[in-house]
Design a protein around this ligand. Structure first.
Ligand code: IMP
Length: 198
């Protein structure tokens, strides 16, 4: 028998990845769009809070267990910004393009050795809306912010995120390799292990 779990995201790519990951351990992952779940207000100041807010909201509106993720990029020369505000970094109506432009501008004149950054992804799995012990997973991925965009894969900050272990931008990696080594990939592996043990 499979256990139904709602994914608190509207992203079709993420849905596919979670479905593949969790099918083997008896979970049927359903998109929150099938239940007309409204968007939760991401009012937290940490990835952990926002992931829990989104998962709790999906549990409450569907009556099912839910998984949510919250992610972003932390840039050392900017004291950790944009962080939890990564999607909205360049303000109202922000796009990947405008966010990347703003990041390049803020780092003008900053030398390579000080352009270090990392992606974070936090996953929250909640069995019900009042679950007092959500399963939390956290993955990180270290990189360096480039001075110009490279590659056309990925999304978000990937064209500016240089991956020293692979000597290329994240947007130049193939999808499977990015999923294997990225912050989200690592958090998902941790989730798989914790869910199989729970
Ligand atoms: P969220 O959807 O609220 O978690 O916002 C995540 C934001 O962080 C995205 O809009 C991107 O700007 C950035 N981000 C997170 N993960 C990645 C990634 O793997 N590549 C590029 N950008 C990412």
């Amino acid at each position: 028998m499979s256990h139904k779990v709602v994914l608190a995201s509207g992203n079709a790519g993420k849905l596919r990845e979670f479905q593949q990951l969790l099918a083997g351990v008896g979970f049927e992952v359903l998109p929150q769009s099938s239940f007309n779940v409204s968007n939760a207000d991401e009012t937290g100041t940490t990835f952990v809070e926002n992931a829990i807010i989104k998962a709790r909201h999906a549990c409450r509106e569907t009556g099912l267990p839910a998984i949510a993720d919250d992610s972003g990029i932390e840039v050392d020369a900017l004291n950790g910004r944009p962080g939890v505000y990564s999607a909205r970094y360049s303000g109202e109506g922000a796009t990947d393009e405008s966010n990347n432009q703003k990041l390049l501008q803020e780092l003008v004149g900053v030398p390579t050795e000080l352009r270090t950054a990392r992606y974070h992804a936090v996953l929250a799995y909640m069995r019900h809306a009042d679950d007092p012990t959500p399963i939390l997973c956290h993955g990180t991925w270290e990189g360096v912010i480039l001075t110009e965009a490279r590659g056309d894969g990925g999304f978000g900050y990937d064209p500016l995120f240089f991956v020293p272990t692979h000597n290329c931008a994240s947007a130049e990696l193939d999808k499977a390799e990015k999923n294997r080594i990225s912050h989200r990939g690592k958090a998902m592996q941790e989730l798989l292990q914790k869910i199989s043990r729970s």
